[in-house]
Design a protein around this ligand. Structure first.
Ligand SMILES: O=C(O)CCC(=O)C(=O)O
Length: 283
């Protein structure tokens, strides 16, 4: 299997290419880890998943980056941006930014890959995902499970359409996954990065504590994003964010003109007086 943790960007690129994932140790500073935990603890106690995928004993906070600058800093972490620069086309987007807190008693998620809803045959290069541990990830507390090498699998090898959930009921599929699965056991503050087509799932939590994590995911600049940040984050808040975050949220033009706003650059919409020309010209 090779080393669990890796250092240089080249190492990480190689591991993501070869086995579908790489683990970045000491990804968060101790201050970021402490603040992220504190902020999440203050927000938990609300939203529970509505289905087996979101997890009925799992709390998720979507559009997490809108909640504090620290989450924005993590979204645009230098190592991640270097990996996105390598795997995705310029002007790549943030597709989701969430907290995933798996409570005791949670069952495993269905196996899936985060780019499953893009109807492009495997293997494909649509996205890059991260899960950032805010608690030590273990086999007992629901540490993420991955299928090494599944990023290179064809449609036939991957076994079918993960969107339907039907595949989960196939005992042969379950046995094959069980044989290949690896639990990402990593310390709090570490981050697992995986290709959008790597099969993985949140694990079963048989421990007495909650497993807290963040998950930021990035996609090609021409793909539809999971979260609609234009409708979630008010423009006056986007205006306060860094140029990189603004671009990740879709305030960019992917050449020649994807993302334009009635002929204008989307950054112009951050001016409170901006009116799209199509409305401005209406009598
Ligand atoms: O929580 C985890 O470890 C993984 C979650 C996940 O893969 C997802 O929700 O898409």
């Amino acid at each position: 299997m090779g080393r669990q943790f890796c250092g240089s960007i080249d190492d990480m690129v190689q591991q993501v290419q070869e086995r579908g994932y790489a683990i970045l140790e000491n990804f968060l500073s101790s201050e970021q880890l402490a603040s992220a935990r504190q902020l999440l603890d203050g927000k938990m106690g609300g939203y529970q998943g509505r289905n087996n995928f979101e997890g009925s004993k799992t709390e998720r906070i979507y559009a997490l980056l809108s909640q504090h600058k620290i989450f924005q800093d993590i979204v645009e972490h230098q190592q991640l941006m270097a990996l996105c620069d390598h795997f995705l086309e310029p002007n790549y987007l943030l597709t989701t930014s969430q907290a995933i807190c798996i409570h005791p008693g949670e069952t495993p998620q269905p196996w899936h890959c985060d780019d499953a809803f893009y109807a492009i045959p495997r293997p494909r290069n649509m996205a890059l995902s991260t899960v950032i541990a805010l608690d030590d990830f273990t086999k007992e507390n629901g540490g993420t499970e991955v299928i090494p090498g599944s990023n290179t699998w064809s449609e036939a090898e991957a076994g079918g359409d993960y969107r339907t959930g039907e595949i989960e009921t196939d005992p042969q599929f379950a046995a094959r996954m069980a044989e290949k699965a690896v639990v990402v056991e990593m310390p709090a503050g570490a981050c697992v990065v995986f290709a959008g087509n790597t099969l993985h799932r949140g694990g079963r939590n048989t421990s007495a504590g909650v497993r807290r994590a963040l998950s930021n995911q990035y996609c090609q600049p021409w793909a539809r994003t999971i979260e609609n940040f234009f409708l979630t984050i008010p423009r006056h808040e986007v205006k306060t964010m860094s140029p990189k975050i603004q671009s990740l949220l879709g305030y960019s033009v992917h050449p020649p003109f994807m993302g334009q706003v009635s002929g204008s650059h989307p950054l112009k919409t951050l001016d409170p007086d901006f009116v799209p020309s199509v409305y401005r010209d209406r009598s």
